[in-house]
Ligand binder design. Sequence first.
Ligand code: ZN
Ligand code: CU
Length: 483
Amino acid sequence: MNMRCDTIIRNATIIDGTGNPRSTGDVAISGERIAGVGDLGSWSADREIEANGRVVAPGFIDAHTHDDRAVLCGPECMLCKMSQGVTTVVVGNCGISLSPVRMKNRPIPPLDLLGGEEWWTFDSFGEYAERLATDPSPVNTVALIGHMSLRVEAMEGDVFRAATDKEAAHMQSRLRQSLKEGASGFSTGLYYPASNQAPTAEVMAVAEAVRETGALYVTHMRDEGDQVLASIEESLRIGSHVGAPVVISHHKCVLPNNFGRSVETLAVLEAAQARQKVSFDVYPYNASSTVLMPEKMREDVPIRITWSVPFPQFTGRFLSEIAEEWGVDIVAAAKRLLPAGAIYYQINEDDMQRILAHPRSMVGSDGLPHDQFPHPRLWGTFPRVLGHYARDLGLFSLETAVHKMSGKVADVFGLVDRGVVRKGAFADLVLFDPLTVRDAANFETPTLPADGIVETWVGGQSAYVHGKGATKARAGRLVTRGT
Ligand code: ZN
Ligand code: CU
């Protein structure tokens, strides 16, 4: 049989994303799909690549991102992800989505993580989807609709209170409409001051829109510190109330007095699994990052500034140093820097490793693409799991690492024919060197591309080549749960 296809990657170690052991063989791409996997000695292709035993895996699916705007601004904006082998991003997390709301003024934090009012121009999710179709991203996008974005619209900006029944009904109908237009779930960020005003009943009322549709409930919980167990219970209750699979975002136990408590949280999540669908994502670092919140300052949590509108010259510096220079306390210094973003060193390495190694965890970067001095997770998450945690520390096998970044995520989000190397699946692929793959980005130099990621393909098209950067390909599309 003489088959002709577009691209063949020969003599590869194939890690197929299912968690199954590796095999060796060739992978053929035809159009946007994988045409064959195995011994394809009699096949020929326009482009033949000798893998020399390097790994071909499904392109990684970043389970947790804030790339809502980044996917709209061309290949350069997504270099941070494609250079890690990422081919699909889940946007709209933590209650923050770029649609369906139009802003007249600068949005309140943390919505401003996505940018000032000039970026908030979508009256509906349908318009956002339309933009992705006419001006495609180099990577695929899976979209969630954020509670906070819905609130700003329904409550006309007056968000530091609980929503009325009428406002909750409005949010519910906007969410229902967005799901019809291609969104895959509902996200909340109940930790953040305005959304924290929303009682559980409000969230349940809005979440009615996902009832029995298979769409997900994804949450940055009300509290990841002292009240982490109560917050897990609340998340599970909301999910089971509307019959939705639950995803706990960036699972962690923050603040030194809670270090070690992942033993308890994982036990609760495991027990819940018998009653309802629940999973969680995690990033492989001991620090978190979000907007700077003076009301959340603690002496025992070092803080580093990632951006500041009035004082851009202080990005990358520790808040305590800035406060000392100004001769004020850290709360006063933080107030002066606003609006601003920060890294909080408040996660215990053992907790993070325990969560990362848990069979139900997925990897999500939570990278913040518009930060001036971003947390290194934006550029380093996926190669860090492959290199540092799987290969160097032996926390799990490379097969497990790849599964947590591809097949597992596709299963949770219901993505069909993605996250797996199999004949007929979409040709979203990464070629990497298992001996050299590693994250180069760190807290001091946070925007370096990874080593060892050789090439990334999206929908059969080469999207990133190591040493060359992003190509001009824009083969990404909106991917909806179940399609
Ligand atoms: Zn979050
Ligand atoms: Cu997030």
